[in-house]
Ligand binder design. Structure first.
Ligand SMILES: *[C@@H]1O[C@H](CO)[C@@H](O)[C@H](O)[C@H]1NC(C)=O
Ligand SMILES: *[C@@H]1O[C@H](CO)[C@@H](O)[C@H](O)[C@H]1NC(C)=O
Ligand SMILES: *[C@@H]1O[C@H](CO)[C@@H](O)[C@H](O)[C@H]1NC(C)=O
Ligand SMILES: *[C@@H]1O[C@H](CO)[C@@H](O)[C@H](O)[C@H]1NC(C)=O
Length: 392
C-alpha cells in the first residue's frame, strides 16, 4: 500500500534551496531524518501547561484583556497578546476553539453540501511573488504502479501560515525578529540545520481544526455600491467599518461574531484574477513591491478583530492585508502579519477559493458554515496547503 502513496516534499519557504540540487538533497535528508524521529515528536512539541484563560472555565473571558490593554507587558512588541493564554502557550488564537464551539458549529450542517476551498496547487501559475519558484510536479514510474514527487514553496497557492512564518521586526532585519510568546530565541532555530519544533505547523495539524466559518463577501457588497476596487493593481484597503456594512448587507446582527469563529473575507482579488484570460494573468506586475488589495493594516482593524475573539482569518488574496506593507501602528512600522501571527498567535489563510461557496450561501440567505482545516503534518513547518473544507 505504501508504494502507492504520493511522496510530498515540501521545501519550507527557503526559496534559495529550490535552486540548488545539492541543498535540495540536504533538505530532503533533513526532512526524512526528521520524519524518522516522528515518535519523539510528542516529547518535542511544547504544549501549554498554564493557560491563564482556560476554555473549561465557566466564563473563560472574565479577565480577557481589551485591545487597549495590550500588550500585557510594556517590553512586548506592538499590541502583542503574549501571555494572554499563558507564558508557554503555543496555540494562540486557536485556544478560542473549544469542544463547545465545535459542538455548536454542528448546527451549520444543514444540507450536507461540501465545498473545496483550496485552489489547484499550481495556481496562480506564476507565483505572485517572483522570488518564489513555481510548483514542480514529477511522475515516478514504478513496476505496475506510479508515484509522484511534489516540490513546492508553500506560499505560492492556497496556504496556511504557521506561527513560524512571520515574526515581528521593525526594519525587516533578523536582529529584530521576535516570534509569538518569545518562544524562538533566534532565526537559526527556524532555518538552521537543527531547527527547533515549537510553533511549527505540526501543531496546527495535531489540533485538527474545526470551527464555524463566517464569510464576509466584500466583493459582493462592493458590486451593490458601484465601488471601484482594483485588487490586482492597487493597494485598495478594506476597512473594518466597510466589513460592518458587508455584515449588515448580508443580514447579520451587529454582534454576529462568536468566539472561535474563523473569519473568511472575499476581497474580490481572486474573482478579478480568474476573470482575466491566461495572457492577462501572466502579465500582472509580478514583483515583490507590486501592490495588491486586501485589509487595511490599522489599529481599527486590529481592535475589530481582537474584540471578536476570532480563531483564524482567511481571504482570497495573496496576503490577507493590502501590499506592499507600508503602514505604521502605534508609531512603529507594522503589518497585520506581524501582530496576528507574531503577536496573537493567529494564523492566516491566503488564496482561499470562496467562488462557489459565496453564491451558495447567498442563495440560502446564510453567511456561516461548518469548516475544517488540516495543514500538512510537517514538523517545524512554516506553511502548508490548508486542505480547508466548508460544509453547509
Ligand atoms: C474536550 O473533550 C475531551 C474529551 O471529553 C476532553 O479531554 C478535553 O479536555 C476537552 N477539551 C476542552 C478544551 O474542553
Ligand atoms: C535594525 O534595527 C536593529 C535594532 O535597532 C539594529 O541593530 C540593526 O542594525 C538594524 N538593521 C538594519 C538593516 O537597519
Ligand atoms: C449603481 O449604478 C447603477 C447603474 O448606474 C445605479 O442604478 C445604482 O443606483 C448605483 N448604486 C449606487 C449604490 O450608487
Ligand atoms: C497605498 O499606496 C499609496 C501609494 O504608494 C500610499 O500612499 C498609501 O499609504 C498606501 N495605502 C496603504 C493602506 O497601504
Amino acid at each position: 500500500m505504501r508504494s502507492f502513496t504520493s511522496v510530498l516534499l515540501l521545501a519550507i519557504a527557503i526559496t534559495s534551496v529550490l535552486g540548488h540540487p545539492a541543498d535540495l538533497q540536504a533538505e530532503r535528508d533533513r526532512l526524512s531524518s526528521v520524519s524518522s524521529q516522528h515518535v519523539e515528536r510528542e516529547r518535542l512539541v511544547q504544549r501549554s501547561t498554564s493557560r491563564k484563560y482556560s476554555p473549561a472555565d465557566s466564563n473563560p473571558y472574565a479577565d480577557w484583556p481589551s485591545y487597549s490593554q495590550l500588550p500585557l507587558d510594556s517590553s512586548y512588541p506592538t499590541k502583542a497578546g503574549w501571555g494572554v493564554w499563558g507564558a508557554d502557550d503555543v496555540d494562540g488564537a486557536l485556544n478560542h476553539i473549544t469542544n463547545a464551539t465545535i459542538l455548536s458549529a454542528r448546527s451549520e450542517i444543514q444540507l450536507g453540501e461540501t465545498f473545496n476551498l483550496n485552489l489547484p496547487l499550481e495556481e496562480p501559475s506564476i507565483p505572485i511573488n517572483p522570488s518564489r519558484k513555481p510548483l514542480q510536479h514529477l511522475f515516478q514510474p514504478e513496476s505496475g504502479y506510479t508515484d509522484d514527487v511534489v516540490v513546492m514553496n508553500t506560499q505560492i497557492s492556497t496556504q496556511y501560515d504557521s506561527l513560524r512564518h512571520f515574526p515581528y521586526s521593525t526594519n525587516t532585519s533578523i536582529d529584530t525578529y521576535r516570534w509569538y510568546n518569545d518562544l524562538i530565541p533566534s532565526y537559526e532555530d527556524v532555518i538552521g540545520p537543527a531547527p527547533t519544533t515549537v510553533l511549527g505547523i505540526q501543531q496546527a495539524a495535531d489540533k485538527a481544526i474545526v470551527a464555524r466559518g463566517v464569510l464576509l463577501d466584500f466583493e459582493g457588497w462592493a458590486a451593490t455600491q458601484n465601488l471601484t476596487h482594483d485588487m490586482l493593481h492597487t493597494n485598495y484597503s478594506i476597512t473594518s467599518s466597510q466589513l460592518d456594512s458587508v455584515a449588515a448587507w448580508e443580514g447579520m446582527p451587529s454582534d454576529w461574531a462568536k468566539p472561535g469563529d474563523i473569519l473568511f473575507i472575499r476581497t474580490g482579488w481572486l474573482a478579478q484574477f480568474l476573470a482575466l484570460d491566461a495572457y492577462d494573468q501572466n502579465i500582472l506586475p509580478y514583483s515583490k513591491e507590486a501592490p495588491s488589495g486586501g485589509m487595511l493594516a490599522s489599529a481599527e482593524t486590529l481592535e475589530w478583530m481582537w474584540e471578536k475573539k476570532i480563531a483564524m482569518v482567511a481571504a482570497d488574496n495573496p496576503a490577507f492585508e493590502s501590499t506592499p506593507f507600508s503602514q505604521t501602528i502605534d508609531g512603529v512600522p507594522r503589518s497585520l502579519h506581524q501582530v496576528f501571527i507574531g503577536g496573537w498567535g493567529m494564523s492566516i489563510l491566503e488564496f482561499i477559493d470562496m467562488e462557489k461557496l459565496a453564491p451558495a450561501l447567498h442563495s440560502l440567505g446564510r453567511s456561516s458554515f461548518f469548516v475544517t482545516v488540516c495543514p500538512m503534518n510537517i514538523v517545524s513547518g512554516i506553511a502548508s496547503p490548508p486542505n480547508a473544507i466548508a460544509i453547509i
